[in-house]
Design a protein around this ligand. Structure first.
Ligand code: SF4
Length: 319
């Protein structure tokens, strides 16, 4: 059963140059206790999508359903009750933590905001449990963010998200600011927590090798649109959209004896401001034909719950 469903979601911003289509007609769902990976280059709208779903910014159009309930137009006051169920882990743990607050204060803050501890002892016990859960030593409870490494700071971010017992967490590039060795530890922690607490994740990243290990399903985004979505295994076995193929070709192979051909994406990026009704990837696509510059392709199912937005997908999938 789906915990999150979004239908034809749009998020536009008015700019001096016109209307920026950050998220443009996105429809998807995330099953309970599963992870949807959302990948794409910087500026493709993946973070805006996550922020819109959890009401950090209002949608321009479309619907958001949480546990079957339409929450699209909930007022901030009504949404406060739902906020405990929907949390976010941010990319840069240093920037997202108040440098004047200690580890204890940072983890205690959401618990106090939502009045989830009845006494000082209950609060201390809860913060202690959360520090233990995310692997922060109890002796660090009076430390400040600048005294900790990136991995520990991200663990504070995770503890803050967990502190109100959510069932859905948007993880926005949670490991991209961390060293590779620490990345693996934080990813393992997120997977263990998902298993223990039956959490549902939207995992946003630009790193294909990271998303492969954590996702059940993957959406590939390009300039505000989902251009391909399917099971993670299926995408890595048989990417059908030329953009997904290019992203996958750029993953380094950990074997110097295997030579991998990287697909270069040449050509200019289409502007996301008032985009024309054509394929937004056309100027960079090696398979683009005249129809690609004249008509917007639809996201269509190619079997096996594999959806692709490309005029030439049949020809590409058969080649
Ligand atoms: Fe390339 Fe055309 Fe497919 Fe767009 S619709 S990805 S330009 S082949």
């Amino acid at each position: 059963m789906a915990l999150i469903e979004i239908k034809h979601l749009k998020k536009y911003f008015n700019t001096a140059g016109g209307t920026l289509h950050a998220v443009d007609d996105v429809t998807l769902s995330i099953e309970k206790s599963k992870t949807l990976g959302v990948v794409g280059e910087s500026g493709c709208g993946k973070s805006t999508l996550g922020r819109t779903i959890i009401h950090l910014t209002p949608p321009t159009a479309g619907e958001i359903l949480y546990n079957g309930e339409n929450i699209t137009n909930q007022s901030p006051k009504a949404f406060k009750k739902l906020r405990v169920g929907m949390q976010m882990i941010f990319q840069d743990p240093y920037a997202s933590l108040d440098p004047r607050m200690s580890v204890f204060q940072l983890i205690a803050e959401p618990i106090q905001t939502y009045k989830m501890a009845g006494s000082r002892q209950a609060l201390e016990r809860r913060v202690g449990e959360l520090m233990d859960t995310v692997g922060i030593a109890a002796r660090l409870k009076n430390s400040y963010p600048h005294e900790l490494d990136g991995g520990r700071r991200q663990r504070i971010g995770i503890a803050r998200a967990l502190s109100v017992n959510p069932d859905f967490i948007v993880c926005d590039e949670p490991v991209s600011a961390l060293d590779v060795s620490i990345q693996a530890q934080v990813l393992n922690l997120l997977q263990d927590l998902q298993e223990e607490r039956k959490l549902t994740y939207m995992f946003i990243t630009h790193d294909m090798s990271v998303v492969k290990h954590i996702s059940d399903e993957i959406c590939v985004m390009y300039l505000g649109q989902v251009v391909e979505k399917c099971a993670s295994r299926e995408l890595f076995k048989k990417p059908l959209h030329p953009y997904s193929q290019a992203l996958l070709s750029a993953i380094p192979v950990p074997n110097i004896h295997i030579e991998k051909k990287k697909i270069e994406m040449k050509g200019e990026l289409t502007s996301p401001i008032d985009p024309k009704p054509c394929c937004r990837f056309a100027p960079r696509c090696p398979y683009a034909g005249p129809v690609c510059f004249e008509q917007q392709p639809e996201l269509k199912c190619c079997g096996n719950e594999h959806y692709v937005m490309c005029h030439q997908v049949k020809e590409n999938s058969e080649s």
